[in-house]
Design a protein around this ligand. Structure first.
Ligand code: FES
Length: 116
């Protein structure tokens, strides 16, 4: 089984990069999901957590539920455009339904934190 070390464990409300994962701390619970946004590959480890504990992509603000990896809000725009385009968010969210973010399990192993 491959494991990825989490060098910097995020504080509550933070998101960090750990290899292919974005690791987020939601109220003390660590979640690990694939770093690549299903829209256009934005780096989700550079995203932020919203008030509901969803991970928001830094590029066009699509949001993901960290419990199941599903996109719960579609993107606002594409490429360099960062504003809502009528219907586009729902279109992307519809195809993303079939491509939820892969999730990892965060474990503490001695003095290390890893994603498996
Ligand atoms: S790349 Fe993530 S919302 Fe566009």
């Amino acid at each position: 089984m491959t494991e990825t070390r989490v060098d910097h464990v995020p504080a509550p409300g933070q998101v960090v990069r750990a290899g292919p994962y974005a690791v987020a701390n939601v109220d003390g619970t660590l979640h690990a999901v694939d770093r690549l946004c299903r829209h256009q590959g934005g780096d989700l480890s550079r995203g932020r957590l919203d008030a509901q504990g969803c991970l928001v992509c830094p590029w066009h603000f699509a949001a993901y539920d960290l419990d199941d990896g599903k996109m719960v809000r579609g993107p606002k725009g594409f490429l360099w455009i960062r504003r809502r385009i009528p219907g586009y968010d729902r279109f992307v969210q519809a195809y993303a339904r079939y491509l939820p973010l892969r999730r990892g399990r965060v474990e503490r192993r001695g003095d290390r934190t890893v994603v498996v």
